[in-house]
Design a protein around this ligand. Structure first.
Ligand code: SF4
Length: 495
């Protein structure tokens, strides 16, 4: 178990803190066995395509805060991926009840060659002043980059001086891309900064308030929680600095994806005593029942939870049975981040589908809470059985293409847009659902089942695309074992 230390400006990356990996090939049960038995080892790739960068994930935790501003301290190119959050903010804001979304405030110090020689501290200090003057932001976040890390800028010192001068939190987030192969380390870096400077100790308790650490999914929680007398405090997309500041007063913390929120959940429990719901989030009926019951236990609402579950079953089970009969035996492949990938597997199995395999972006053998109950892959294997073709693959598209060509599933489920492209090019109906709340609970099973059927039944576009798409990979590669470049693997060439 990692002990959250908010006294340190930086949080260690997942490889070192949790023993997380990005290379594995085998079965889900094998991976669970390695994780639980303490024998999990990274299998490096001798060849790798591009990886994601932690700065983007750190940005994801702070850019969507309504009244904050973000400065990327580095060359301007490092902020090139941040615009997508501005787009997300606009598009999804309406689903979170935001009638008039504020403009995103994203800046770069634009470090150049001279700065890398003489240092960028002064440039950063001036940027913070300008951003404060121009935006009036209630908090300013500084996202570090490889360049500022390598030249050794004192980002923490500059942030602290600016905070004293300007009177608003100025938060250094250490998320240089070179620090980790696991880009979700950026989530932890962002939440570490938020926990250090935006969440003060509770002055009172709000027993009906529940923290929800999520991405940008629609507001599915307000109505559901109201049925048991609770209300959500969403962290951090669409939150305000004041809303985040009350997190330590909440009765519990939920998270829709442990890959995203496990660090902040642990920080809130360890530092502020806010209990974290440690069982995996409510995807699939079994996890749904466990999750709601745990929330009921922690908040003293067991009876209301049982009523809610009964009503949900009555409302949705007949339709689920009907849809399951149409999906039974159809084959799906999943590619997604770790915890949400496990959630998608649970949904598919619950709908009677066969999971032909999964390529999940990384694997955490444990989270910062140290609880075995949080092991969502173990829970899925126990609930629904093994997944034979399970790999850990940090978006190595060459591996995915090779696997998909062999598996030819009826549908590809992906969590990231760039991945569905590969299924579509191969003529495989491919589904991307951006709203992470879409599959939750009993209703979520219906949502997914209907969307999966719709996607498989409307396959004309992908068939056409496959007829015309140019395959960038050579015959040599496509004859190799898809995990050819994973170290320690016997190299099997298929005829
Ligand atoms: S890996 Fe480094 S250089 Fe590349 S975008 Fe990320 S911070 Fe910038």
């Amino acid at each position: 178990m990692s002990i959250v230390n908010l006294g340190n400006p930086q949080v260690e990356v997942r490889e070192h803190r949790l023993g997380s990996i990005t290379g594995f090939e085998g079965s889900a049960s094998g991976l669970v066995g390695c994780s639980r038995g303490g024998s999990l080892c990274e299998r490096n790739r001798t060849f790798s395509q591009c990886l994601g960068c932690s700065t983007s994930n750190a940005a994801c935790t702070v850019i969507l805060i309504q009244d904050a501003a973000v400065i990327s301290h580095g060359p301007v190119g490092c902020s090139g991926c941040l615009h997508e959050y501005a787009f997300t903010y606009r598009v999804n804001g309406v689903h979170r009840g935001l009638q008039q979304p504020t403009q995103r405030r994203i800046f770069s110090t634009n470090l150049d060659e001279e700065d890398t020689v003489f240092g960028g501290n002064r440039k950063l200090a001036e940027a913070i002043r300008q951003v404060h003057g121009r935006t009036g932001a209630k908090a300013i976040f500084i996202i570090t980059t490889c360049a500022s890390g390598i030249i050794g800028d004192d980002v923490e010192g500059v942030a602290n001086e600016a905070e004293a001068e300007l009177g608003v939190p100025v938060v250094a987030i250490f998320c240089e891309g070179f620090r980790s192969k696991i880009w979700t380390s950026g989530f932890d870096a962002g939440y570490h900064g938020i926990a250090r400077k935006l969440i003060p100790p509770a002055v009172r308790r709000q027993p009906d308030l529940v923290n929800i650490i999520n991405f940008w999914g629609a507001d599915s929680f307000t109505g559901l929680l109201a049925r048991i007398g609770l209300r959500p405090n969403y962290i951090t997309p669409y939150a305000t600095v004041a809303g985040i500041a009350q997190s330590a007063e909440a009765a519990a913390t939920l998270q829709v994806c442990a890959t995203l929120g496990s660090y902040l959940g642990a920080a809130l429990e360890q530092v502020h005593g806010v209990p974290e719901i440690k069982v995996p989030p409510p995807y699939g009926s079994l996890a749904t029942d466990r999750w709601w019951r745990e929330l009921g236990r922690i908040t003293g609402r067991q009876a209301q939870v049982e009523t809610l579950l009964r009503e949900e079953r009555e409302a949705w089970l007949p339709r689920i049975a009907e849809l399951r009969s149409r999906l039974e035996g159809r084959r799906a492949f999943v590619t997604a981040g770790a915890a949400h990938g496990h959630a998608l597997v649970a949904i598919l199995r619950e709908l009677g589908m066969d999971v032909a395999g999964a390529a999940v972006f990384h694997h955490d053998p444990v989270y910062d809470n140290g609880a075995e109950a949080s092991d969502s892959l173990q829970a899925v294997v126990r609930d629904y059985g093994d997944i034979p073709g399970y790999s850990v693959c940090n978006k190595q598209e060459f591996e995915l293409v090779n696997v998909l060509r062999r598996q030819r599933p009826d549908i590809l489920l992906a969590r990231h847009g760039g991945m569905t492209l590969w299924g579509a090019r191969l003529g495989i109906p491919s589904l991307l659902v951006g709203d992470e709340h879409f599959g939750m609970g009993y209703q979520g099973l219906v949502n997914y089942a209907e969307r999966i059927l719709e996607t498989m039944e409307n396959d004309e576009f992908v068939k056409n695309l496959a007829r015309h798409a140019v395959n960038p990979y050579t015959d040599w590669w496509l004859r190799q074992d898809p995990h050819h470049f994973l170290e320690g693997k016997p190299r099997v060439v298929h005829p």
